[in-house]
Design a protein around this ligand. Sequence first.
Ligand code: SF4
Length: 372
Amino acid sequence: MKYLDEYRDAEGAHKFAREIARITTRPWTIMEVCGGQTHAIVKFGIDQLLPREVTLIHGPGCPVCVTPVELIDQALELAARPEVIFCSFGDMLRVPGSKTDLLAVKASGGDVRIVYSPLDAVNTAVKNPGKEVVFFGVGFETTAPATAMAVYQAAHKGVKNFSLLSSHVLVPPALEALLNAPDRRVQGFLAAGHVCTIMGYEEYLPIAAKHRVPIVVTGFEPLDILQGILMCLQQLESGRAEVENQYTRAVRKEGNLPARQLIGEVFRVVPRQWRGLGEIPLSGLGLSESYQAFDAQRKFGVAQVRVPESAECLSGLVLQGKLNPRECPAFGSRCTPEHPLGATMVSSEGACAAYYRYRREPAEPAGIQTHH
Ligand code: SF4
């Protein structure tokens, strides 16, 4: 547990907090775009260690949460088909579509299975030649290589009864969309370390330069996040707008080249609808020409029907950093993890789930001290 202790050390945290307080001279708003960071911030009360001038807002950092209702409805339609075995990560099962969720489809006889890796879905297809196996690929760049590998393997093993419903999304275009918003609040970003372990951070350089915004690639542990915030504030206070890497122990500028190559082989970049942000050009991964036979939308002809977002759930605003989950009137009353009205309450990376778990009552955060 060396790493955990090392990166959660209370004295280290207070040192960063003191330095942050020392250099901060005016109000700043920083956004993290990573559900893991959101949960760490809320769990350990990192925001409460900061001076009043520094506001942290949570962005669209949870891939399950940004998956639009129409794609979930397509998943539900496919999962209900008698010939289909529908494979998904567990997080998606209770995410509400416009009428129901995957768990309900399973309860009424749909063959919905939780898998831990996309390759499990390919193996399921091999073992069930009389069935069609559809994998619901949901994730940022972090999980895209594993999905790409599954499609690649299916192609090279001749597994024809496997297909992919892709909801893979790309983070940098979402940052651009947030920066282009007329009511933009964010002045600096913490970029998700796990995404950058795959993609590197070259893509962020033009964004930082064009929008004059500091972007700090940051890890997930409390000390990582505090250091990322400090680095971001140092830039803001000195008028710099650069891309910096706090998470040097895991991230290289060019990322993981073999993984990027695999993504480039299997996928192509497509426009994608994001919950809360609308359609963002070049922000999703669809299958490339050579792998079209594995495209579940094409194979089953599922319709692209635009479905309005729920009027009751305000997760679109939460995902844009415009609303804190506790400000949602349904939070903790009509909307709980047992009866979620939106994905942000049910996904393990969702901001509403983080506040429900750690800040339902205005209670003390979990605390950073983990010395045992
Ligand atoms: S608390 Fe529930 S209803 Fe409100 S934004 Fe979050 S998920 Fe939606």
